[in-house]
Design a protein around this ligand. Structure first.
Ligand code: NDP
Length: 446
């Protein structure tokens, strides 16, 4: 065991018994701890300030009951949470997820990741995450509206444009943000940018919907440019069929790549010669309508039940669905078939043993906290637009996004370059840590 592992194990042991069963949170903390604890231990000012300890213990975890009525008049009860991890560099900022698997463990991991991601953007954004174990599947439009309103009734006292600014995540898109913003406006009795991802007619930013998926592609383009290469003609496999996956697919297709897969929990849509824009838009429409993608009418595309995208020999793999979706055996498939880049659109989509397989190979791995940071970056631009009471054009936002992703790439490359090779995960962890550490030290012991 090397020094990094010894320090990491000791750090995790000190986290306290309340974290013991929080496997996703501990997994996320370990990734960062391995890269930054040697820096912290070698600098007495940082170790005395206990920087990583302070980031690994959220400022607070709000937990509340959400009571709402179904169409038939039945009373339903869900749990809601907001994990406010750190506001040391800006107001708490991070998405809301509605999914039966949502738990304190999942939200603590996402809030922790969010702190480092937001620090990497260079914008004044703290880290948070929230959501509920509510399952929107099979629910009617009006039930979803009532749930969103009931959720916001509980969350409203804790958010605000300079306090905590939630956005979307899994199963929380423009529709849910619209319902929650309407409820916020009524409960708070004021009109401001307390949520991002809003519709364009009421304070949203151009390009927010597209930003996460597009930014993933901009980040890969920056990676390829390092070696004078580009995306044209590359076989790109993408998992998921949601916001991040389909916008990454559209941007990659536009850049001349062959998008060979999209997927959901029942299987993979495969197109050997690459998907057309029409086919990707069809997937978006089906997802929005709550319908499956198992019957594509386009020639050359087929749906393979229970298959995963990683068995189709991509040159570039973009996991864009959920945490721990890409396992060791799938990583081996990618390495064996000559995949060059794995870049994360989802947050922490690789299991630890999948990561080990990639790290032992020539595959270049870009972590989500760098590669998908464009979503929150455009949320940051939405907050500025709301404060200034102005709106930027789509072109302005897109130009800003391209610039931000290049800057993030440069920050990560600067910290992560060793022996002429960029370790993107290490670079992202260290660059994010340094900014957070400076702010924590400057603001004293609180
Ligand atoms: P969406 O709700 O829009 O879509 C998620 C999709 O992923 C669903 O269609 C779901 O399929 C599918 N999915 C879930 N698990 C699997 C799996 N194991 N294999 C294949 N497909 C699966 O979510 P988003 O696109 O918003 O989020 C996706 C990821 O990106 C999450 O990790 C999120 O945290 C991250 N992210 C999102 C940002 C955003 O701006 N939205 C910002 C940064 C990160 P099914 O329909 O079958 O359930």
């Amino acid at each position: 065991m090397d020094r990094r592992d010894v320090l990491t194990n000791a750090f995790v042991d000190e986290l306290g018994s309340h974290t013991r069963s929080q496997n996703n949170f501990i997994q996320a903390v370990r990734h960062v701890a391995r890269d930054v604890l040697t820096i912290e231990k070698n600098d007495p000012a940082l170790s005395n300030a206990k920087v990583l300890h302070r980031l690994a213990e959220p400022d607070r975890i709000l937990s509340f009951r959400v009571t709402w009525e179904s169409d038939t008049g039945g009373v339903n009860i869900n749990r809601g949470w907001r994990v406010q991890t750190s506001n040391v560099i800006g107001p708490y900022k991070g998405g809301l997820r509605f999914h039966p698997t949502v738990s304190v463990d999942i939200l603590k991991f996402l809030g922790f990741e969010q702190c480092f991601k937001n620090a990497l953007t260079g914008l004044p954004l703290g880290g948070a995450k929230g959501g509920s174990d509510f399952d929107p599947r099979g629910r009617t439009e009006r039930e979803i509206m009532r749930f969103c309103q009931a959720f916001m009734r509980e969350l409203a006292p804790h958010i605000g444009p300079d306090r905590d600014v939630p956005a979307g995540d899994i199963n929380v898109g423009p529709r849910e943000i619209g319902y929650m913003f309407g409820a916020w406006r009524k409960f708070a009795g004021q009109y401001d940018g307390a949520l991002t991802g809003k519709g364009l007619s009421y304070g949203g930013s151009q390009m927010r919907v597209e930003a996460t998926g597009y930014s993933l592609v901009y980040f890969i383009q920056a990676m390829l440019e390092q070696n004078g290469r580009d995306l044209a003609g590359k076989r790109v496999a993408i998992s998921g069929k949601g916001n991040v996956a389909t916008h990454a697919a559209l941007k990659a297709q536009e850049a001349g790549a062959k998008v060979i897969t999209l997927s959901d929990t029942s299987g993979t849509l495969y197109a050997a010669d690459g998907m057309s824009r029409d086919l990707i838009c069809w997937v978006q429409q089906r997802k929005d309508a709550g319908e499956d993608i198992s019957a594509p009418k386009e020639k050359g595309a087929s749906f393979e039940s229970n298959a995963v995208p990683w068995s189709f020999e991509p040159e570039i793999a973009l996991p864009c669905a959920t945490q721990n979706e890409l396992t060791q055996i799938m990583a081996k498939d990618l390495v064996d078939s000559g995949t060059e880049i794995v870049a994360e659109g989802a947050n922490m989509p690789l299991t630890d043993d999948a990561l080990e397989v990639l790290n032992a190979s020539d595959v270049v791995h870009a972590p989500g906290k760098a590669a998908n940071a464009g979503g929150v970056a455009v949320s940051g631009l939405e907050m500025s637009q709301n404060s200034y009471r102005r709106s930027m054009s789509a072109q302005e936002v897109d130009n800003a996004l391209v610039g931000l992703m290049k800057e993030i790439h440069a920050r990560v490359a600067e910290e992560g370059t060793q022996d002429g090779r960029i370790d993107y995960a290490r670079g992202a962890n260290i660059a994010g840590y340094r900014r957070l550490a400076q702010a924590i030290q400057a603001q004293g012991v609180l």
